[in-house]
Design a protein around this ligand. Structure first.
Ligand code: ZN
Length: 274
């Protein structure tokens, strides 16, 4: 069974119901001690108050969402995105976040060149790595499902993420989000290839059949077709010992429910199916 101490919740899971303070206090009340946080929520709360709240509740930050998108932009916008990513690195350091995901972005309306945006992503990461290393912040690559390849992410598989890590060296890691990678026939091998040093996060939810919205219809663990326990065991088998983070975007279902019951169901499902 999953060690309950490893369970974390991404604030997005209750973002329709709770602001930053309410999520920190709400999760803590249910014994959760890890939270994935969002920059807009931190900024609304204020950095000093956010840090105090986290400390008062014994809560650690699994990741700060997020830097990017950084590709498919004209030069001015690209520079602005990289400057903003450097600010995100500083904020992640202030929060002692375990990592900072860097969303790639992808094609703009007039371009069809996926290779060009993939190269832009690698170059952007290379540029951000030096301030990130200085700040002690691991940049996280999170492959997103290919249904998002056109506009949100030009990095869609664990193999792509591992290749980028090979190319870029220290200071970069990978988040396995089962919602995005469960379908991949290379998943087990690429998780093993990533290994203990690269795996910095493990996000859980479930894939519903049918899915009503490509972004906002994630299911509760156990309600869909992802073999969560098997994939979690692959990660653990590769040496991963970090948080297992519930991340559910669900404007049709879970975002409409009482947030305390949502957290209770998350914890129960983590115990029974993850
Ligand atoms: Zn995720």
């Amino acid at each position: 069974m999953l060690d309950p101490k490893r369970i974390a919740i991404n604030q997005a899971t209750t973002r329709a119901q709770w602001d930053f303070r309410e999520s920190v206090e709400g999760y803590a009340r249910h014994g959760v001690r890890g939270i994935g946080v969002w920059r807009d929520a931190i900024e609304r709360c204020g950095m000093a108050d956010a840090k105090r709240l986290l400390a008062d509740n014994g809560m650690t930050v699994t990741g700060l969402n997020r830097a990017g998108p950084v590709v498919g932009l004209d030069e001015g916008a690209r520079r602005a995105a990289l400057d903003d990513a450097r600010r995100a690195i500083d904020q992640a350091a202030e929060l002692s976040a375990a990592c900072l995901p860097v969303l790639p972005g992808s094609l703009r309306s007039k371009s069809k060149d996926m290779n060009a945006v993939r190269i832009q992503y690698r170059e952007a990461l290379a540029e951000l790595l030096s301030p990130a290393r200085k700040a002690g912040i691991t940049l996280a690559l999170e492959p997103l499902h290919p249904m998002l390849a056109a506009d949100r992410s030009c990095m869609n598989t664990m193999a792509d993420a591992n290749d980028l890590c090979d190319a870029l060296g220290q200071g970069i890691g990978i988040i396995v989000d089962v919602y995005h990678v469960w379908w991949d026939s290379r998943l087990e091998a690429e998780i093993r290839r990533a290994g203990k040093d690269r795996l910095v996060g493990f996000h859980v939810s479930d894939w519903l059949v049918p899915t009503r919205d490509l972004v906002f219809d994630r299911g509760m663990m156990g309600d869909g077709i992802i073999d969560l326990r098997r994939i979690r065991r692959w990660a653990d088998g590769a040496g991963y010992e970090g948080p297992v983070e519930v991340e559910i975007y669900s404007n049709l279902d879970w975002w409409t429910k009482n947030p305390h019951s949502v957290v209770e169901v998350c914890l129960e499902r983590c115990r029974s199916v993850v």
